[in-house]
Design a protein around this ligand. Sequence first.
Ligand code: SF4
Length: 85
Amino acid sequence: MTAHQAAGWWIDRAACRDADPDLFFPLGASEHSPVQVEAAAAVCAGCPVTAQCLTWALDTGQDHGIWAGTTPEERRTMRRALSRR
Ligand code: SF4
């Protein structure tokens, strides 16, 4: 089962379904460039399932890629803040 299949019903409504995967998961780059993050976030901004995407990415500890317009570092910060509650 792929990560996308495991994600649930919402992935079928994702605005990134037909986008270039390299925009969200760059190969060979340890950090996303600000331009790339901005371009991916622009796709996410028009997505109807952003909340489901972010919840899934946080719940499953997605440590790579742009999910719901967030970078891995931003999600790590969110997870740390949530764990302190
Ligand atoms: S919020 Fe962004 S990464 Fe998540 S499903 Fe939508 S377009 Fe894809």
